[in-house]
Design a protein around this ligand. Structure first.
Ligand code: BG6
Ligand code: MG
Length: 213
């Protein structure tokens, strides 16, 4: 992976483990509709947009809703999710995340956030790491969800670095696919069997060093 000039980081599952809060809120919503939603089913929601996640949850419960009802349900889930992330503290940054992003910056490598979440700023503020990123592209700035590369291409553009010099850190299959579709390198965070399209897979940013780039 020669010549890397920018690192673009997904947020949920890479910098912070918010999956548990997403799960609790989706499960609460499912329960309010009269069915349960397992942790295993929740795996399908990783990296997926809020509305698509809702559709997967409703499908799991065998429930059909109108678009207006879906808007309302997504809003309800988000309100519960926001309640939880508002309680987050700096302890919830995943091991090695802050250190690795900082080491990139110290080496002159640009850093960006590339997340599907519309709650990214709240989370970054709670973790006190807004300033770790030269550019922040989140769910409020994109129209196409991963595996579309829009979020990462906008990140590269904001940094002024061409895609071939960028590497994306992702825990979701859709995110690795998005990086590849954008002509970027991808480092998977998680299981190599699941993220087999990535150029390299590590278990967490605590396993990353600059010489692996
Ligand atoms: C992604 C998460 O980062 O953001 C998904 O992996 C989530 O689980 C998506 O659905 C959208 O997040 P939000 O905060 O805008 O509902
Ligand atoms: Mg993720």
């Amino acid at each position: 992976m020669n010549n890397i000039k920018a690192c673009i980081f997904d947020l949920d599952g890479v910098i912070v483990d918010t999956a548990i809060y997403h799960y609790k809120a989706w499960r609460r919503l499912a329960n309010s509709l009269g069915f349960d939603f397992s942790e295993e089913q929740n795996e399908q929601l990783k990296g997926v947009s809020r509305m698509r996640s809702l559709e997967i949850v409703l499908e799991a419960g065998g429930i059909t809703k109108t678009d207006a009802e879906k808007e309302q349900l997504a809003e309800q889930k988000n309100a519960w999710y926001v309640e939880m992330i508002n309680q987050m503290t700096t302890d919830e940054i995943l091991p090695g995340a802050r250190e690795f992003v900082q080491s990139c910056r110290d080496a002159g490598i640009k850093t960006a956030l590339g997340s599907a979440s519309k709650n990214s700023m709240t989370i970054l503020e709670k973790l006190k790491i807004v300033n770790l990123f030269d550019a922040i592209i989140d769910g409020n700035k994109v129209t196409k969800a991963k595996p579309d590369p829009e979020v990462f291409l906008k990140g590269a553009e904001a940094l002024g670095i061409e895609p071939q010099y960028c590497v994306v850190f992702e825990d979701a299959i859709a995110g690795v696919e998005a990086a590849k579709a954008g002509g970027m390198k991808a480092i998977g965070i998680g299981d190599p069997k699941v993220l087999h399209e990535a150029d390299l897979v590590v278990s967490g940013l605590n396993e990353m060093t600059l010489d692996k780039l």
